[in-house]
Each structure stands twice: as C-alpha cells, then as structure tokens.
Ligand binder design. Structure first.
Ligand SMILES: [Zn+2]
Length: 310
C-alpha cells in the first residue's frame, strides 16, 4: 500500500458569476503529489499545471498566495488530462493524505464539474495530516495549524517555498512521516459522496470514541426514524443502553443525547446533520464515554434548550 500525499492550488471566481461560483467555487490549477511507500519513503512525485477553463482571470487573493500567473497556467494541460495522469500516478493500492480536509472535496467537485468518473461512490477514508498533527500535540482534532507553523515547529528543513502544490505536498509528506503510528490510526472520511446504501455506511471505533456515517435519507424526519441513526448503543457492548437524555438540539443541525451502560458508564452521542447537494440528508454520529461531571453539564445544556423553546 502506498500513501498519496497531495496538495492542490486553485483559482476562484469573482462574485459576478454566481451560477459558476456555486457549481465550481474553486477551479484547480495545480496538482502536486508525493508517493510514499509503507515505510513513508518518497518513491515518486507528480507535479502539473492546469490550463483553466472556467476562471480566466487570476483572482487577486489567489494570485497573491500561489504566485502563479495566467501566462504560467496557459502552459498547463486541460484538467481532464491531468486528472487522468494523476489517477494513473496514484495506482490501485493507496490512501490519500492531505493537509486539512478541503483538497479532497475540491478534487471531487472538479471531477464532477468536468464530467469525469467519480473518485468514489462512498465516503473516502484519508489521512488528514493537519488533524493528525494537532492530535500528536495532544490538542483537539479541530485545532488547525498552518503548514508553515508545523514545519517550523518540527524543525523540518525549509528548502522549498510554500504555496506551490508540489512543495506543500512534500512538506505534508515529511510531517506525516514524523507522526507516531498511534496517531495515524485516526483516519478521517471525506463525505463528498455520502453513503447511498446501508452497506456503504461507515462504522468505525477509535481509541476513545466511535463514529457512524449514515446513508442518505430524503428528509431529516425520515433519517431520525431509522433505528441505527436514533439508537443509543454502547460501542463496546454493541447493545442498546438505557437512555438518560433524549435527543435535543439548539439549532436543528447538531443533536445531543446520552445513555448509560451498566458496565461501561455514561456515553454521550452527537449527531451532525449534513445536507447533500441534491437536497437529501445524512448524518455523522459520534459516541464517547463521558464523566459524571460532563453528564451534569449536558443536562444543564438540555435544560437551557428546553427553556428557550417554551
Ligand atoms: Zn457497554
């Protein structure tokens, strides 16, 4: 198995072309990638410029960041060609690694815009190196450090300018290689394509929490009628456990609840409702064990929400 560490640079439109901004907010203009073997040794690189088709003017902000001009990009190849070559470079047996979660989404959105076959019909497991780096520092998964900051903090040689796809991919690969195996277990999922069928749903147990990604439902109401979505199970016993706090929500997007396993203690559940572009919805449910104090705090939160809705 190889690791494909990739990075994209993209251009964006101005507000005048709203229909395109929705369909293709970011047009990829550069793909850089590093292939690592199982021992995290660099075995190949990929670096290509893409001739833009949608946004023919370099957005001011983009130009400032990536230091590429339209003249540079005119030398590139069409997205379809570069995408095909990139997939050939990736091979058959690999996992994607990126800095943050945006690149894999925008890659798939560009594939869709240019009518290329989907990268996947279901969520794609990948290594979010930015998240893994935060976890390796004992910080929360949502803590976002810049690539430069991480490279500096890890004393990685800074022999390449940042914000070129290939350089950022190389730096991301170097950071990934330094991370402990324990940390690398925390795989992420890109849900650009949510599961459509039950068998595509994702169930995964990490060291201290579990995650479930549901299939798509026509509505939120239909989704909550599904047992797997609304159930409160202990992820260690795999059994439904006694509900202590029924599902409640402040904003209709995130739902919280809690239950108690006689053997393992209190467990808190969080459901994040996601809308797909075709108007369906699916959810990401996480469950984790919590302390008695956390349980008290959750009860207070529920009480607050209840009072507000009266
Ligand atoms: Zn249990």
């Amino acid at each position: 198995m190889n690791y494909i560490v990739f990075d994209l640079e993209w251009n964006q439109g101005s507000s005048r072309r709203d229909h395109l901004l929705h369909e293709l907010p970011f047009e990829i203009v550069e793909i850089g990638a590093v292939k690592l073997d199982e021992a995290f040794r660099e075995t190949a690189t990929f670096h290509r410029l893409i001739r833009p088709k949608v946004y023919r003017h370099m957005h001011r902000i983009t130009g400032d960041i990536i230091h590429l001009t339209m003249k540079d990009l005119e030398k590139g190849d069409p997205f379809e060609t570069v995408a095909a070559d990139f997939l050939a470079f990736c091979g058959d047996d690999f996992s994607f690694c990126t800095w943050g979660s945006l690149d894999l989404t925008e890659l798939q959105r560009n594939f869709e815009y240019f009518h290329l076959p989907k990268l996947s019909e279901e969520p794609i497991p990948f290594y979010d190196v930015q998240k893994l780096y935060a976890l390796s520092r004992g910080e929360g998964a949502r803590r976002q450090h810049s690539l430069e900051r991480a490279v500096t903090d890890l004393s990685i040689t800074q022999d390449l300018p940042f914000h070129r796809a290939i350089h950022d991919a190389i730096y991301t690969a170097r950071i990934f290689a330094t991370l402990p195996e324990e940390v690398k277990k925390n795989i992420s999922f890109n849900n650009f394509n949510a599961p459509k069928k039950r068998r595509q749903e994702v169930h995964i147990v990490f060291d201290d929490y579990a995650k479930y990604i549901s299939r798509e439902f026509p509505s939120k109401e239909a989704m909550f009628l599904d047992r797997e979505v609304s159930s409160m199970k202990c992820y260690l016993c795999h059994k439904n456990i006694r509900r202590k706090i029924k599902w409640f929500s402040r904003d209709g997007k995130q739902y919280l609840g809690a239950a108690r396993c006689d053997k393992h203690g209190y467990m808190r559940y969080k459901i994040r409702v996601n809308r797909t572009e075709n108007g369906n919805c699916f959810c990401v449910k996480t469950s984790k064990f919590i302390s008695d104090a956390d349980m008290d705090a959750l009860r207070l939160r529920q009480e607050k929400v209840r009072k507000r809705s009266l």
